[in-house]
Design a protein around this ligand. Structure first.
Ligand code: PLP
Length: 430
């Protein structure tokens, strides 16, 4: 595989940008510079073509550069952009769609990134409850801000300890964020009791896709709902990955558990920048977008025509075409194909996933929470990923993240991927 041009450009990128990349998790080997994306494929500066399952960490539910979405964006920006006062027709159409589809959404506010959405959800919870503390779960990711950037992908010896995700974080923010173990209701109950009357919110990825695809055990999400109700604590589902991907109403619709607040992003606009916070009317009306509201919510680019038009188009396709049926079927085809390969090769590994999402944990049991991922053979995955890239299959940098099937992937793509995977695994096991 020739990557000469990528290497030249990467050297140049390093002159102007620390590490040559614009987000922390992008600095991975091999350093490729991408120049084109189309459907299920991405292309690098040397013209190499890859079948893409990384999906830019999740937004691409329809595929790259989707013509229906692009045309709607072009149409929108040929007549509008931003006005800075009042509302736009596009914002109203999108908000109505979100309220129609997402069970917890009585009302919605648009912003630009998942991090903004989780920040606002937490600040609103503090405003409403007049409490300072929140609970998050070890391994879950909710964005880069101080409220949540602790105990993310912690080193194994930092589990259960104070693990700030960044230098420069406020001590108070770190200490007011309590960390529990996913799927461990007793831990949450204990933590709430030890901090009685002090916990404003529990924020959770209903399926923690930032550590792959660990499924909630029966009763776990329902148990969180009951604990929140009993303690006057606000339940926030961070559906930035699961929202619109696992159903048009998010994973809350699948699970039948309705949070008080929901954050969304990524798949809601198939790769265009937009995010949202939605929830109960009596909570949302505390934002000062409504006169009298006391919780600040603002943003120059909120509701920008580009992201808003893209999101309307993405949701329209989900409404009118069998998007979820297709990605769920191909996701299952991928997972069962992987299991067959592993059986043929006598590999005792665990294939996890839901809907369009899949990952192989290189360990011999189903993990229930982050600490159990210590048993995953991360080095094996890195070598495996490199060999797949050399053969034109592009997967996530870490297998304790996850991979995604989009509406642009075909049966032939999955068959081809499985063939390549079997060849690579055979080579590695010999
Ligand atoms: N919440 C979850 C579950 C995420 O996976 C992410 C990003 O990966 C975020 C929030 C933050 O979103 P953004 O990167 O758009 O700020």
């Amino acid at each position: 595989m020739n990557t000469t041009r990528s290497q030249e450009l990467y050297a140049k990128a390093n002159l102007y940008t620390p590490g040559g990349v614009h987000s922390a998790t992008r600095n991975v080997e091999p350093h490729l510079v991408f120049t084109r994306g189309e459907g299920a494929y991405i292309y690098d500066a040397d013209g190499n073509k890859y079948l893409d399952y990384q999906a830019a960490f999740g937004p691409y539910i329809l595929g790259h550069n989707h013509p229906y979405v692009n045309n709607k964006v072009i149409e929108a920006i040929s007549r509008t952009d931003m006005f800075g006062v009042g509302s736009t027709d596009l914002e109203i159409i999108l908000s109505e769609k979100i309220v129609k589809h997402v069970p917890s959404a009585d009302q919605v506010l648009l912003c630009n990134s998942g991090s903004e959405a989780t920040y606002h959800a937490i600040r609103l919870s503090r405003a409403v409850t007049k409490r300072n503390k929140i609970i998050k779960f070890q391994g879950c990711y909710h964005g880069w801000h101080d409220y949540v950037a602790r105990n993310m992908l912690s080193a194994w010896d930092m589990i259960g300890k104070r693990d700030p995700g960044s230098a420069g974080m406020l001590d108070d923010a770190i200490d007011n964020t309590l960390v529990c173990t996913y799927n461990d209701l007793e831990d949450v109950e204990r933590t709430l009791k030890a901090n009685e009357g002090e916990v404003a919110a529990i924020i959770i990825e209903p399926i923690p896709h930032n550590i792959g695809c660990i499924m909630p055990q029966p009763g776990f999400l329902e148990g969180l709902r009951s604990l929140c109700d009993a303690n006057g604590t606000i339940l926030i589902f961070d559906e930035v990955i699961t929202g619109f991907r696992h159903s048009i109403g998010g994973y809350q619709q699948v699970a039948g558990v309705t949070p008080d607040l929901t954050t969304m992003g990524k798949a809601m606009a198939n790769g265009y920048p937009i995010a949202a916070i939605a929830g109960k009317k009596e909570l949302m009306e505390r934002f000062n977008t409504k006169p009298g509201g006391d919780c600040w919510f603002a943003g120059t680019y909120n509701g920008h025509a580009v992201g808003t038009a893209a999101s309307i188009a993405t949701i329209e396709l989900m409404e009118n075409e069998p998007v979820h049926e297709h990605i769920f079927r191909l996701g299952e085809k991928m997972r069962s194909g992987l299991r067959e390969i592993h059986n043929r090769l006598d590999m005792d590994v665990f294939v996890a996933g839901f809907g369009s999402v899949f990952t192989t944990y290189f360990m011999n049991f189903e993990p229930k929470h982050y600490a159990e991922l210590q048993h995953n053979d991360a080095d094996f995955y890195v070598k495996y990923r490199h060999k797949l890239i050399e053969r034109g299959i592009y997967k996530m940098p870490m297998n304790i993240k996850r991979n995604h099937v989009s509406y642009s992937h075909t049966d032939e793509d999955i068959d081809h991927t499985l063939d390549v995977i079997e060849t690579v695994l055979k080579e590695m096991l010999n």
